[in-house]
Design a protein around this ligand. Structure first.
Ligand code: SF4
Length: 404
């Protein structure tokens, strides 16, 4: 099994799926120094790849500037968004990019320890990744005086999650790392000031960290030449559903949905869910939109549904997921998701009024602003977008009524 899972597949891409030699970016980062690493990152305009899109240079600068006896860099490998499996590919086939990115991050913010928070379902990778880290220690890419740099001591530890979707949210992840129940924290204070064990902590997505070594080797300007004005570089897309060639693809930001559908051999596509269960569902009339932070934004999941699929069943599946995964801390999310699911079930039974459905859409909008963390803020996205974009299919048995 190991040979198949951990062997590099025949992938090509402009940044991540291209040539890279382990350790070369660490060597260069130490040569140019922390300030220049930050400068290259600023020039690259790299934004967090987990979905939120926060500028990586700013996050590292804030963590570096924060005072604290210890600092930590955490790699968020809790890849739990339904339809997302790109980090799995990076960890299995490109660990040199992820771990070198973590070393550079630790060097830049002044951390002595990096922690990978690995999705519980990825336990099968643990031994392979631990062996990889051991080899890095032997090669002096981890441990004391890394590559002969007297002040640079840094190591990486891997911790396993336990399968809670909410732990992909950075403060819930930190709670879990500390041995507590995975529940999000109030912000502020932000993790860059008060994170793991109350210390300054930078939490970065696997793909974000994997982008850093290539930026250091080739320069921030090189990276920023790709993509769009507001979305620099490339993106890994986990493409699944009704198409001939599902899988993980590296494409420049700005690629249109139509171009993706052609690339993967999708036919008779009715809907594309962008950004996983917490994202939005787009109809064919919007397939000319660009995948980019400023247009159709996604953490990487693209689910394709052809014209045989029942949109109400898809929506029900998403809402059941959120009812199950809500941590229950705040009322808008805990109760709101149950109410939205009830609404879907009433539509199924043809037992509703349009006034009731419109009220549920308003409830969804309230959840987007009143929920405590990203889970409840994004869980109504599917409900609202599917009802808006596929109302003819969903309500075709209704002869009267107005959906706002
Ligand atoms: S939004 Fe949901 S997951 Fe987040 S704190 Fe509130 S109940 Fe928990």
């Amino acid at each position: 099994m190991e040979e198949t899972i951990f062997k590099k597949q025949n992938r090509t891409g402009p940044i991540l799926f291209s040539d890279y030699k382990r350790g070369e970016s660490i060597k260069k980062a130490i040569e140019i120094g922390r300030e220049n690493v930050l400068s290259e990152l600023r020039d690259s305009k790299l934004k967090g790849r987990g979905g939120a899109g926060f500028p990586t240079a700013t996050k590292w600068m804030l963590t570096a500037a924060s005072t604290g006896k210890e600092k930590f860099l955490v790699c968020n490998a809790d890849e739990g968004e339904p339809g997302t499996f790109k980090d799995r590919v990076l960890l299995c086939e490109y660990p040199e990019l992820v771990f070198d990115g973590m070393v550079i991050g630790g060097y830049t913010i002044g951390a002595k320890k990096g922690i990978v928070y690995l999705r519980g379902e990825y336990e099968y990778m643990l031994e392979y990744l631990e062996n990889y880290l051991e080899q890095m220690r032997k090669d002096n890419l981890l441990g004391e005086n890394i590559l002969g740099h007297a002040d640079f001591n840094y190591d990486i530890e891997i911790r396993l999650g336990a399968g809670a979707y909410v732990c992909g949210e950075e403060t819930a992840l930190i709670e879990s790392l500390e041995g507590n129940r995975g529940e999000s924290r109030n912000r502020p204070p932000f993790p860059v000031n008060t994170g793991y064990n109350g210390r300054p902590t930078s939490v970065n997505n696997v793909e974000t960290l994997a982008s850093v070594p290539q930026i250091i080797v080739h320069g921030g300007a090189w990276f920023n030449k790709m993509g769009t004005d507001k979305s620099s570089g490339s993106k890994l897309f986990s493409i699944s559903g009704d198409c001939k060639n599902p899988g993980v693809y590296e494409l420049p930001w700005g690629t249109t949905i139509n171009e993706v559908l052609k690339l993967v051999g999708a036919e008779n596509t009715k809907a594309v869910q962008i950004g996983g269960a917490s994202g939005v569902c787009l109809p064919a009339s919007q397939f000319n939109r660009k995948l980019a932070f400023e247009d159709a934004s996604t953490g990487g999941s693209i689910m394709i549904f052809n014209n045989t699929r029942n949109m109400l069943k898809i929506l029900k599946n998403f809402m059941e997921f959120f009812v199950e995964e809500s941590c229950g801390q705040c009322t808008p999310c805990r109760i709101g998701n149950v109410k939205l699911l009830e609404g879907v079930e009433k539509i199924e039974k043809n037992d509703f009024t349009f006034e009731y459905i419109n009220n549920l859409k308003e409830l969804g909008k309230t959840m987007q602003v009143a929920s405590k963390c990203g889970l409840g803020q994004s869980s109504p996205n599917s409900f609202i977008s599917i009802l808006d974009n596929f109302k003819d299919e969903i309500f075709n048995h209704q002869e009267s009524g107005v959906l706002k």
